[in-house]
Design a protein around this ligand. Structure first.
Ligand code: SF4
Ligand code: SF4
Length: 258
């Protein structure tokens, strides 16, 4: 989910407004089947990393090392993770097989949403709105199929509700971060490294929670403490909150200092 940095939504290409529908159905009978899983820059959200490492039954650190490249874009506070594609002529996705996606159940949000893209828009009053755009590549035949969908039906069809909710949470933290967030340390400094771990590496961050003095320094409800031991999503949400409190100095309902 992208943060939409635009003064108005008017006239943005491919936007599907509330109540509107679009035509789309993807299936193996189409001549373009699997073509969109090549030659793409697939950025992964923290929740994408969590789901992929769970699906592959490896740690977040192993997933990041083996399957991604970190890219630090101009003006960004943190590196972002790109899924590393196969080193072949078409830069084919590592999860693609003849029969389709081998990671289908835990595929990234971009793949669930494709050929749509969604973003978070903040209006002048600071209210947020989730916005969907239909932006298929020219070769996509699925947009000529009969099936008509609303954005809600599409999200449900792709089992994307949890991804969207978690990516929205991360989007809110991301909007608080900019290239200047870390001051002289910059995005390669220690605080940025901690923020990256809190966001993308739930296994290392869990070790940090229980292996450092953090729990001695702050009050956290006992049921949350128990959850943090076994629930990756709880660790990720806690990590987002930890960034707000400890790195950005913001108040929190979840974490209180002793
Ligand atoms: S993860 Fe699956 S759906 Fe996404 S690009 Fe790779 S093969 Fe295609
Ligand atoms: S190009 Fe469109 S219809 Fe074809 S496989 Fe990709 S998403 Fe499906």
């Amino acid at each position: 989910m992208k943060h939409l940095d635009t003064p108005t939504l008017d006239g943005l290409e491919g936007r599907i407004k509330e109540g509107e529908t679009f035509r789309f159905r993807c299936h193996s009978g189409l001549e373009c089947f699997n073509r969109c899983c090549r030659n793409l820059n697939l950025f992964l959200s923290p929740y994408d990393v969590l789901r992929l490492k769970q699906g592959l039954n490896i740690t977040a650190g192993e997933f990041i090392d083996q399957y991604t490249d970190a890219v630090l874009r101009e003006g960004k506070a943190l590196p972002e993770l790109l899924l590393r594609m196969n080193d072949d002529d078409e830069a084919t996705c590592v999860f693609l097989s003849e029969a389709g996606c081998t990671a289908y159940d835990f595929r990234p949000d971009t793949c669930r949403t494709f050929p749509c893209e969604h973003g978070l828009y903040y209006n002048a009053e600071g209210q947020k709105e989730r916005v969907l755009f239909l932006r298929p590549p020219s070769f996509c035949r699925g947009i000529h199929e009969e099936q008509e969908l609303t954005p809600e039906a599409w999200q449900k069809d792709q089992n994307a509700e949890k991804h969207n909710a978690m990516n929205e949470l991360w989007g809110e933290v991301e909007t608080l971060l900019s290239g200047n967030t870390w001051g002289a340390e910059g995005p390669k400094g220690q605080r940025a490294k901690m923020a990256f771990m809190a966001a993308y590496n739930v296994d290392d961050f869990r070790e940090f929670i229980f292996g450092s003095s953090l729990l001695k320094r702050c009050k956290i409800k006992s049921d949350l403490k128990m959850k943090l031991r076994r629930d990756d999503v709880a660790v990720m949400k806690f990590g987002f909150e930890w960034i707000r409190v400890f790195l950005l100095g913001m108040p929190s309902n979840m974490i209180h200092m002793k």
